[in-house]
Design a protein around this ligand. Structure first.
Ligand SMILES: [Zn+2]
Length: 358
């Protein structure tokens, strides 16, 4: 099993706080970014995690990706789709194997949580994803609905749950792929800090960052991590999509700020949620995965013509699927991505190559 060291997280948070304090009094934006970005990178030392000794014969890393799974704000705090998705995730993790889960935001509908003592952690998370196979690390980021509440409380919940791992608004995960000499890096972003919040039920697009300096700081950090990465597989995850054919469509802010970096630094894939369906879009040699079907389903494809022609390889948002999620396996040479519907059975599979630096 892969474990995120609690000691490391504590150290990182302390270090981050220390580096953030003096910057509040800094002057012009550029100086702020230059001074802040460098020390902040040390908040994320990027140590590679190894498999435990029990996994001597393993030659891959496996994980699930689920988004927009956050139940509802009144009893029973869980939807039928979330329940079905949790059940199927447990089954697939058991059958296919899963070392961890990536939870890509909108963890608690509709207004996040108020405090670390919120009953929602139990009602919408712990009591729903009960399968033994899902008692693995859940690496969490916030969505727009989480940002309507207290994201810091979600981060703090990492100290209360053995599986909830949310060390900071944005962070980096590094893994050695066992017995292969290959590596996997996953960069977890806060795209709401980067692009602003939005009322998605009012069909609103992100309004622009609340704090432009924080947004720039994250962007500088991201660029630095991408530029330094020699990982054989480099994934970036955020809540808002770069490309989407559904209700919200492509996120202009991410098309401008993130997509050029993904291309320049040869990212393998971008993983997200926000639109309530499953999508696979391939463009400029990057696999764009939308996995936002953990709680609601939306068959809407009104932005079909707003993505590059021929780039959409797979889409489903039918209510009959009962929800869905993604299973990924990263091996010595490739990343196998499989989209599952919560009703059972896989719907689509694609294979991505490792990064080529030549
Ligand atoms: Zn969302």
């Amino acid at each position: 099993m892969l474990l995120f060291s609690k000691a490391a997280v504590t150290w990182r948070e302390r270090k981050c706080r220390l580096t953030r304090q003096p910057v509040a009094v800094m002057g012009p934006t550029l100086i702020y970014i230059l001074i802040v970005a460098t020390p902040l990178a040390y908040c994320y030392p990027g140590a590679f995690q190894n498999q435990s000794k029990l996994d001597k014969n393993r030659t891959s890393i496996k994980f699930l990706v689920v988004g927009d799974w956050g139940g509802e704000p009144h009893a029973p705090y869980v939807t039928a789709v979330e329940k079905a998705t949790a059940h199927e995730m447990g089954k697939i993790a058991e059958q296919m194997g899963a070392d961890f889960v990536l939870a890509v935001g909108d963890n608690f509908y509709y207004n996040g949580v108020e405090s670390v003592d919120s009953p929602r952690f139990k009602e919408t998370f712990e009591s729903v994803f009960t399968a033994k196979s899902l008692h693995i690390p859940w690496y969490v980021i916030a969505g727009n609905h989480d940002h309507r509440g207290n994201v810091k409380a979600e981060i703090e919940y990492s100290t209360k749950s053995h599986r909830w791992k949310f060390p900071s608004y944005y962070y980096e995960l590094n893994f050695n792929i066992p017995n292969t000499g290959k590596t996997l890096t996953i960069i977890m972003l806060d795209t709401i800090m980067l692009c602003g919040n939005s009322d998605d039920f009012a069909d609103e697009i992100p309004r622009g960052p609340l704090n432009e300096l924080e947004a720039n700081r994250q962007l500088v950090w991201l660029q630095e991590r991408l530029a330094l990465s020699k990982a054989d597989f480099l994934l970036v995850a955020g809540h808002y999509p770069v490309w989407s054919v559904s209700k919200h469509g492509p996120t202009q802010c991410l098309l401008e700020r993130l997509r050029p970096l993904l291309i320049k630094y040869k990212a393998t894939s971008y993983l997200c949620g926000h639109d309530h369906n499953l999508q696979y879009i391939e463009e400029s040699d990057i696999g764009y995965v939308v996995s936002g079907a953990g709680n609601f389903l939306d068959p809407n494809v009104n932005h079909w013509n707003d993505v590059p022609k021929g780039s959409v390889k797979f889409f489903t948002g039918q209510a009959s699927t009962m929800g869905g999620f993604v299973h990924a396996e990263v091996t010595k040479n490739e990343m196998i991505v499989t989209f599952y519907q919560s009703k059972g059975t896989s719907l689509y599979r694609t294979v991505l190559s490792q990064r080529n630096f030549e």
